[in-house]
Design a binder for this molecule. Sequence first.
Ligand code: ATP
Ligand code: MG
Length: 306
Amino acid sequence: MESADLSLRVATPDDAAELLRVIGAAFSARRPVDPPADALADTVDDIARALSEGTGVLVEADGEIVAGLLIDIEGDTATLRRVSVVPEASGQGVAREMVTAALTVAADLGASRARLVAREEFPELIRWWGEHGFVVLGPAPKGLWLGRDLPVILDVPTAEAMQELGRRLAALLRPGDVIVATGDLGAGKTTLTQGIGEGLDVEGPVISPTFVISRVHPSRGEGPALVHVDAYRLGEASELADIDLDASLEQSVTLVEWGSGLAEWLAEDRLDIEIARGQSSDVRTVYLTGTGPRWAGALDELREQA
Ligand SMILES: Nc1ncnc2c1ncn2[C@@H]1O[C@H](COP(=O)(O)OP(=O)(O)OP(=O)(O)O)[C@@H](O)[C@H]1O
Ligand SMILES: [Mg+2]
């Protein structure tokens, strides 16, 4: 199965029977556990009710559902349940895409945190969730509660508003922070960085690092310097290593433009900022996702303004 064939969508109660089939296939392929997974006792009515009271995300390949999950929302917390990928579709990044979409759906519905129960019998699953930013919160009736903050999603109407977002973000930043900004050409990564530079009160101007890969902006005061990197022109992670970022990482705020899939090794604690542009207007949608203990709850101030 080619990953290009995959499409994701929000589930409706009409999908209950198909989703039940996927849940059954996924959970019965796991090693048996005692007590058995609740998922194996689900009925179509259970799933239809869950989808009408909450929501869900489905992945289709060639029109057939190959993965799905349920999302229950209570207050500011989204609980993911029945995270399922049929065995034939596993190991292709399907779960990753589905969970990423689910976090966005939950954030759009106003939740600020996601959680789920994982069985301790499946340490490999707990590790997988860990790689996707989930940390162990504590014991659950049949396993462990895992949780993470949801992305903060902001609509940014103008370039000035993007700089203002940068200034507000700067107030939350500390030495050692690593930010990875992604988005198409002209999305607004450098514009955001200009606002961060102003907020940090570093020497400017912050401009596209077109002819240099990285530029250090020293603080005008006591604060951290801003290291502005354009990873777009780097071929691979080894070239990024060559420019010796590590030396200044601890004392500086480091912002890497277009570093997705390239700069992740820089820090386990990382703020990912994805900027998406609409079809016609200047409005950008900005997704801020903090990963690791450093960022737990750190963006809540921005979230309140969303
Ligand atoms: N809502 C907005 N947010 C950010 N920039 C905007 C917005 N509306 C219009 N713009 C304009 O879009 C352009 C964004 O350019 P910028 O250099 O910041 O993008 P970039 O993502 O860094 O691009 P590159 O991939 O070339 O590095 C600027 O000219 C800016 O004025
Ligand atoms: Mg740029």
